[in-house]
Design a protein around this ligand. Structure first.
Ligand SMILES: [Cu+2]
Length: 342
């Protein structure tokens, strides 16, 4: 295990050298060593056949704050009921929990979580629904839940700070439709966000978007030595998760990615897709494409709905176009097939 309590500050390059993140030729130096590759819980070798020089983590994360494969397509629609006026009521439960989690092989981070996971669950509703979010603070610090969207001031999750052991119920109408987010707004704000208290919040239009394979990617990072800089970058917390286990997609099928940038400490993040272009729906609040590109930038809190289809089969990489973010974990692969075999 990497000792993050070392008396000397550990730089992100030190972390690479120490092998928490193994670079090309260091951990897998020969074919003989390759035969000893670790395997994940599914029995698959860790390391993709299209691995660009194995410039990725080596080993298996066993106590991650979520399963990146499951989280990708996991939407929490809440407990649904119908109000007397016909409006849909959705009730959600978010509990703040302190939890030590393994975010990269051998790298343990003392996270603050919603429902024990980072990011928190992806909450999903339809525009016009009444939402009730029951927040219980089971953590050791005061927290809140601040939702992006239109709602009353007293439901903004800023001034009604919830002390440990206490609870608060947020109630508002889901609007406008689009891709939003939620995060703790207790101070110091950047610490409460960087520790892991955030998630995606999807509000569907009353007339749904066209059918598609839908995925959520929350762009985040971790400052493992508390120096105000990230040592690890990812889509959905675990660096290189979709590189080690590529996302299998079907050729010609519409792909829709809900991408939210919740990275702290770095002003900007980005998404670049190889061998293809995508439509960008900024904040997802309009149904007409704002851009058709292969690279898009996201400021802190910014989010886009991305849509694309693959014309060809094979592995197509996606990653931040800030190269250092890519090398420190924010990259993955869409593996395009004619048929999906499970
Ligand atoms: Cu907080």
């Amino acid at each position: 295990m990497t000792d993050l309590r070392d008396s000397r500050p550990v730089s992100r390059r030190d972390l690479l050298r120490r092998g928490a993140l193994g670079l090309a030729g260091v951990a897998l130096a020969s074919e003989r060593l390759r035969a000893l590759e670790p395997r994940d819980d599914h029995g698959d070798a860790v390391g993709h056949p299209h691995d660009p020089g194995n410039a990725a983590t080596v080993g298996v994360v066993r106590d991650a704050p979520l399963d990146p494969q499951a989280f990708l397509e996991d939407f929490d629609y809440g407990t649904v009921s119908r109000l007397p006026d016909g409006r849909t009521l959705r009730e959600y439960r978010l509990t703040a929990v302190d939890r030590e989690v393994e975010i990269a092989p051998g790298v343990v981070y003392p996270a603050w979580t919603y429902n024990g996971q980072v990011p928190g669950p992806t909450l999903r509703a339809t525009e016009g629904d009444l939402l009730r979010i029951h927040f219980i603070n089971g953590g050791s610090h005061a927290h809140t839940v601040h939702f992006h969207g239109v709602h009353p001031a007293r439901m903004d999750g800023v001034y009604e700070v919830v002390a440990p052991g206490e609870s608060f119920t947020y109630e508002f109408i889901a609007r406008p439709f689009g891709l939003h987010l939620y995060h703790c707004h207790a101070i110091p704000l950047k610490r409460h966000i960087a520790k892991g208290l955030y998630g995606a919040f999807v509000v569907d239009p009353a007339t749904p978007r066209p059918p598609a394979r839908e995925m959520v990617m929350v762009l985040n990072g971790f400052d493992t030595n508390f120096d105000g800089r990230n040592e690890i970058y990812a889509a959905n917390t675990v660096p290189f998760a979709y590189h080690h286990r590529p996302i299998r997609v079907r050729r010609g099928e519409l792909q829709r990615v809900y991408m939210v940038n919740l990275l702290e400490f770095d002003l900007l993040n980005s998404m670049h897709l190889h061998g293809n272009f995508f439509h960008v729906y900024r904040t997802g609040t309009r149904l007409t494409s704002d851009d058709f590109t292969d690279t898009v930038m996201l400021c802190q809190g910014e989010r886009h709905v991305l849509e694309f289809r693959f014309e060809d089969t094979g592995p197509f990489m996606f990653h931040a176009h800030q190269s250092e973010f890519t090398e420190l974990g924010w990259m993955g692969v869409f593996d395009v097939h004619d048929e999906l075999v499970t």
